[in-house]
Design a protein around this ligand. Structure first.
Ligand code: 28F
Length: 637
């Protein structure tokens, strides 16, 4: 890239100091410098193009991952303005790329910026954290170009040709001295852009990956918007009504909602504010839930589905099997919560509530068959909840009679400080025995499970309380389940699933993860769930300490180092083959073990996987297993 001498005015020096701050503390602006933060750079640039689409001027966005992890984003909007700012004497485009929060300063009152990544910091931050950035703008009859290195202008905006088209193209290479990795994950970006395309009806987003010999490409454009989104979420589920219910209202706070009920028992409501996934919910979700509860209860009363003597249906009854997407646009969103993904603006509750009240009750009156199908399901959910309450009380009463409330099979630890305690959920009695003997009893508890585990995907909450496999897990974790789950009550900081590295082990692991995902989701979100990684092989050689290998590659590497002569290779078929000392050394000793934290970057993906793996439909399950055969055994949601 050509370098240019550049004279900085007083303002410009200020500017550079601003971007230096971003380079010094990148985490403050993009969350982290891990692969997650890296992806944020792409979102920031694409968000700008989406804003142009929301303003009504851009129809197509093209994202390319080029070889060498260069990102190229192109849109067909109006092009970033190129006129010179009278005060700074710098083009608007260059200002956007070199002044921190320039977008906000320009657009604050005009309300230009509507979408925006989690941190909403924009182009200048991407510029500061990139080795280089190249921007090409077509506008006002010309083609203009500018470029930067590590946030510093190396070429101010220059006209390089004529054009009658309009649009903006940005290419950049993230700075490898800042990010831990530059390897973008196609699937992560693809998911995000699919979501954005759903949220912006009619916008086309194409993503291409040219890094490998066989390029990948996805092309998203949904004329149905949120309706298409809900249909996509429900694609492997049995629907209670054919088309999603759709409600939309423009105004001070635009609201768009799509709802479709399925025969499943889970509740899947995804909420967005300015295209940002509000994982922790907030006031918009609150308004939606309140309206839903009221409208269905009113309808049930008016149509004599609930008799006078019956008590009201509760919110959770009405949300069983629901899939919904709620999308609102808020001018000045306040984000709260642990991960700043909870909408705080209190005025939004009422807006969403009253519009859902009105639109949904009209819909139900006009579509009595749909109303009836949904309410039948709500009523049976209500009965199941009553049965579950009785089951729970039975469990409580029973345990009140016994001296200890904890399950008999649980070998508890002596410490009572939850943060330092761990519980290993172990498959099989023999492995459980070794684990009990091998553990450090101060902080490690062992809960052995055996026999066939309940598939929660096909059971309701009343079956779960009474279940002899799951109940010990619930009582041991100590925080309840479902709507009653209270993360502050957990008895262990780490809940570790320890199962064999074979098909049966994978099965039990998936069943337990499904259970945690459906009934103790905060436990996963909070990072308390782990998978133990028992070794696959032991290499022994005379005069040498045994080497444990956790993967095939691991073993190949070790064999290269120590040579193959005189080495005995033992393949572990199950945890039960290890004696207590070996189990401690390889799988339980915090100093030497490998634990995989179960993370949930993408609840939509996780729901899809569990529906496929554990649900009723067989065809998608077969397809999933064929496509992901090598991943299934190490399923990480
Ligand atoms: C590949 C990434 O960044 N596209 C963009 C525009 C269009 C305008 C704009 C952007 C308003 C005044 C600050 C054009 N004409 N794609 C993009 N397209 N920014 S970013 O305006 C920027 C703010 O200066 C634009 C009229 N109004 C706005």
């Amino acid at each position: 890239m050509e370098k240019y001498d550049h004279e900085y005015g007083a303002d410009q020096i200020q500017v550079l100091e601003g971007l230096e701050a971003v380079r010094k503390r990148p985490g403050m602006y993009i969350g982290s410098v891990s692969v997650r933060g890296l992806h944020h750079l792409v979102y920031e640039i694409v968000d700008n193009a989406v804003d142009e689409a929301l303003a009504g001027y851009c129809k197509n966005i093209h994202v390319t991952i080029e070889p060498g992890n260069i990102i190229c984003v192109e849109d067909d909007g109006r092009g970033i303005p190129v006129d010179i700012h009278p005060k700074t004497k710098i083009s608007a485009a260059e200002t956007v790329y070199t002044v921190l929060h320039a977008g906000g300063k320009f657009g604050g009152d005009s309300g230009y910026k509507v979408s925006g990544g989690l941190h909403g910091v924009g182009s200048s931050v991407v510029n500061a954290l990139s080795k280089w950035v190249e921007v090409t703008i077509q506008r006002d009859g010309g083609i203009f170009e500018m470029s930067f290195e590590r946030g510093k202008t190396v070429k101010s905006l220059t006209k390089i040709g004529e054009s009658d088209k309009t649009g903006t193209k940005v290419r950049f290479l993230a700075d490898d001295t800042i990010f831990e990795t530059l390897e973008y994950e196609f699937q992560v970006l693809e998911n995000r852009f699919r979501e954005m395309a759903f949220l912006t009806k009619g916008l086309r987003i194409v993503i291409e990956d040219l890094r490998e010999e066989t390029p990948k490409k996805s092309d998203f454009c949904f004329e149905g918007g949120l309706i298409s989104f809900v249909e996509y979420l429900n694609k492997n589920k049995e629907k209670l009504h054919k088309t999603p219910i759709y409600i939309e209202k423009q105004g001070e706070v635009p609201v768009e909602i799509a709802i479709q009920y399925t025969s499943s028992y889970s509740e899947n409501i995804y909420t967005f504010v300015n295209n940002i996934n509000t994982i922790e919910g907030g006031t918009h979700l609150e308004g939606f839930k309140r309206a839903l509860t009221k409208v269905f209860n009113d309808y049930a009363r008016n149509h004599n589905i609930l008799k006078e003597k019956d008590s009201n249906l509760q919110g959770e009854d009405i949300r069983e099997g629901i899939t919904a997407v709620v999308s609102v646009k808020v001018k000045e969103p306040q984000f709260e919560g642990q991960t700043k993904t909870k909408l705080g603006n209190s005025e939004v509750t009422g807006v969403v509530q009253s519009m859902v009240n009105e639109a949904l009750s009209t819909f139900l009156e006009e579509n009595p068959t749909v109303a009836k199908a949904i309410l039948e399901k709500c009523v049976s959910a209500c009965r199941a909840r009553e049965a579950a309450r009785k089951a729970r009380e039975l469990v409580r009463r029973k345990s009140a009679l016994e001296t200890t409330t904890l399950p008999g099979k649980l070998a508890d630890c002596s410490s009572k400080v939850a943060e330092e305690c761990e519980v290993y959920i172990v498959e099989g009695d023999s492995a459980g025995g070794s684990a009990k003997q091998g553990r450090d009893r101060k902080f490690q508890a062992i809960l052995p499970l055996w026999g066939k585990m309940l598939n929660v995907e096909k059971a309701r909450v009343d079956k779960i309380y009474g279940n002899d496999k799951l109940n010990p897990v619930i009582v041991a974790v100590g925080a309840g389940i479902g709507a009653d789950f209270d993360i502050t009550k957990i008895r262990y900081g780490k809940v570790i699933i320890m199962a064999d590295a074979d098909v049966d082990g994978a099965h039990i692991r998936t069943l337990l993860l499904t259970f945690f995902f459906r009934y103790m989701r905060p436990l996963i979100e909070n990072g308390n769930v782990y998978l133990a990684q028992p070794p696959l092989y032991k290499l022994s050689k005379k005069g040498m300490k045994d080497i444990y290998c956790y993967t095939d590659e691991d073993m190949e590497k070790s064999l290269k180092e120590i040579g193959r002569d005189g080495v005995t290779i033992q393949r572990y078929k199950g945890l039960g083959e290890m004696n207590p000392e070996q189990l401690w050394e390889t799988t339980m000793n915090p100093e030497t073990r490998i634990l995989v934290k179960v993370t949930m970057d993408d609840a939509i993906k996780a729901d899809e996987i569990f529906t496929i793996l554990m649900g009723d439909e067989i065809a998608p399950r077969r397809q999933f297993i064929e496509e992901n055969a090598k991943y299934v055994k190490n399923l990480d949601i």
